[in-house]
Design a protein around this ligand. Structure first.
Ligand code: SF4
Length: 374
């Protein structure tokens, strides 16, 4: 007997996962989605506020996952407990124990061995795949993209030894396609005809037919979606980009996380703006120098708390300690450099987006950790 397939959506505290939760509730109320957030205990208050507002909109609780609890004295948060009792050194881009232990493990424990469809908020204007669990009982779906399937699925579907099966599905009338679509399916991959090219051609020819064909193929596999009779997302042809995400957050009333708000600063009579570009822990080592300045000026108590973790040889920010970074002349220098960077970016993207915020977020959005920032 097949197991019940669970549908889950992780809320990182960032704009894209929040917008995806709103999108799924609005468009697919028939899917019983379990919303969860993995709390490190070190998020910004703005993140916790966003989760609370989202719960109101969704009309159901967002499940809080934690790695471990301080059952002895109830004073240490999950990150602190792990840091003090196990690792004793700061996480970094080379040693990402925080993501592993505080985000991914709690998620994998939450779903256990159940077949799971996990919805991921990577946008249609991004070129990345995001966190894909190695566990075979988890299948990722990307509703904001034109290609809603993960790379492992499309690679299998488009393999040359699968062409006969796909054509058979079409001949059997399970999926209706036109001649052009059938011809693309029939053409084998080669050095001149890559899987990426074939995928793009099929999606452009008929997204819905391609999705139905993939769904039909999945029935012959052990992927979680092989166990459901229907999957409404296969009919979804909308591609959502950054401005759609901001629009969803605004119109739903959930609002944009407050840390994205651009705040003005001045140095040498020149004005610039700064904000935090993503969710995640306030001390995250992925943040840029200007974000550390933002933290120092907007949340001095958190900056101080982050500084207390630093020891000789272990700093959050590359090549300098927070004590060095908070010196007035260093802060001015970071701001000065950032103003120049902003000017350059505005010039470069002057014709590409009418939204001022896009000009400042694009670069940062592509970096870091999909489990923490989407
Ligand atoms: S936000 Fe940064 S510090 Fe926090 S868990 Fe993710 S990678 Fe680690």
């Amino acid at each position: 007997m097949s197991q019940k397939v669970r549908h889950v959506l992780g809320i990182s505290g960032g704009k894209d996962s929040a917008a995806l939760a709103i999108y799924m509730k609005d468009n697919y109320p028939e899917l019983d989605i379990e919303y969860y957030t993995a709390d490190t205990g070190e998020e910004l208050q703005e993140t916790y506020d966003l989760v609370t507002r989202l719960e109101v909109y969704l009309g159901k609780p967002i499940i809080r996952l934690t790695h471990s609890k301080d059952t002895e004295n109830h004073q240490l948060g999950p990150f602190e407990l792990l840091y003090k009792s196990k690792f004793k050194y700061l996480p970094s881009t080379q040693s990402r124990w925080c993501t592993q232990y505080l985000k991914l493990r709690p998620f994998e424990m939450f779903i256990g061995n159940d077949p799971v469809v996990s919805y991921v908020g990577i946008r249609g204007d991004e070129e990345r795949e995001g966190y894909i669990s190695k566990k075979s009982n988890i299948q990722s779906i990307f509703p904001f993209r034109k290609n809603i399937w993960s790379e492992d699925v499309t690679t299998k579907v488009l393999a040359n030894d699968n062409i006969k099966q796909l054509l058979g599905t079409i001949e059997a009338g399970e999926v209706t396609v036109d001649d052009e679509f059938r011809e693309i399916i029939a053409e084998p991959l080669s050095l001149r005809f890559s899987a990426k090219k074939k995928l793009d051609l099929l999606l452009n020819a008929d997204t819905k037919a391609f999705n139905q064909l993939v769904f039909s193929y999945l029935k012959t596999t052990r992927y979680p979606l092989s166990q459901v009779d229907s999957f409404p997302v296969v009919a979804d042809t909308k591609v959502s980009v950054k401005e759609d995400i901001f629009a969803l957050l605004r119109t739903s009333g959930v609002g944009i996380p407050k840390y994205y708000e651009e705040l003005e600063f001045e140095v040498d009579g020149e004005k610039g703006t700064y904000s935090r570009s993503r969710s995640g822990c306030y001390f995250c080592f992925f943040q840029q120098k200007i974000e550390w300045v933002w933290l120092y000026e907007q949340h001095p108590e958190l900056f101080e708390k982050a500084g207390k973790y630093e020891k000789e040889g272990y700093t959050w920010s590359e090549r300098e300690s927070l004590t060095e970074l908070m010196k007035p002349e260093r802060i001015e220098q970071i701001k000065r450099e950032y103003i120049q960077k902003q000017k350059k970016r505005v010039e470069q993207s002057a014709n590409s987006s009418p939204f001022l915020m896009d000009k400042f977020l694009d670069e940062d959005d592509q970096q870091g950790c999909a489990a923490c920032f989407i």
